[in-house]
Ligand binder design. Sequence first.
Ligand code: PLP
Length: 379
Amino acid sequence: MIPPPWRQRLQDQSDRRRALGRDRAIHPAAGVDFCSNDYLGLRRDPRLAEAAAAAAREWGAGTGGARLLRGTTPLHGELEAALAAWKGAEACLLFNTGFQANATLLPALVGTGDAVFSDALNHASLVDGCRLARAGGAHLGIYRHLDLADLEAQLAAWRASAPAEGLALVATDAVFSMDGDAADLPALLDLCGRHGALLLIDEAHATGLLGADGAGLAQLQGVHGRVPLVMGTLGKALGAFGAFVCCDGLLREHLLNTARGFIFSTALPPPVVGAALEGVRLARAEPWRRARALAFADRLRAGLGQPAMPSAIVPVPVGPDAEAVRLAEELQARGFDVRAVRPPTVPEGSARLRITLGAHLQETQVDALAKALRSAGLR
Ligand SMILES: *Cc1c(COP(=O)(O)O)cnc(C)c1O
């Protein structure tokens, strides 16, 4: 039984959300998928299912413990090696989710006397990692979205009063999850180099999709293997589940000794690791998948009068929450699974449809969605 004061508080909060039209609910998948992050269409690929089954038969359904206890199978090491090789890194460390990686990486690296600088539109998991780092004594600076002049000014101002041994870290999404726009990694690397700052990028929406070999935004922008901390996820383009950080051996050793979300959590199950290994293999071996997803995204953007860009995320700005929800419902009624994204996931007054494109779609479906968007009274 919930004690009465708690019931009162939770009911009040629920009523307030509903009055604002901000109540969230879980809707099962229905209609043509224009909202998942399954960019390469690998999630339902029978080869991933078979790899998962084979891994379960050989190593079991679960790991029974954290990586540092008995939770490590040879598959975990194989996946880390495959990811490091793909990303051009010396080493790699798996995490159970992207959220857990971001939330645990930052407090493991910065504390009292240090600083972390974070793009204003970074993913919620990086935001929480920053808050934990601040709780651990670090200075937290949030710079305007993609504004490197603001970042540099904040770094300089912090340095002027920071202890001499204080170190800085800059964290950014590579491709931003709600807008599909991208950070300028060469410029960020240059800036971080001048200030001795460590750069962490989150390639959740770039891994498997961008660059000649699908390795990510760093590869697309010509800085493959040069970003010191590259986080990515296994549950989006790679069709499985989990996350990883590619870095050098010293950083990996530091993280496996200090990142609490790594140390105190049961290791990824073998079927998940087996599927992810197959996902990495197929992402590299079948480049048509990323070419197809990106071509669909540009086709939809062109149909909506938006400029081409290297991302499979197409935001359709709407503004008012209720209008975004109405549009999404109208499209859903026509068989398109498109979802509205509202504050606080996006800034106030910027509710939108967040449309994603994947290799599993057909060109006729993409064209039909563009047509439906135009006739749904999109302003
Ligand atoms: C999805 C996402 C995450 C979280 O990854 P999970 O493995 O789903 O927990 C982190 N960062 C970004 C940018 C994401 O889009």
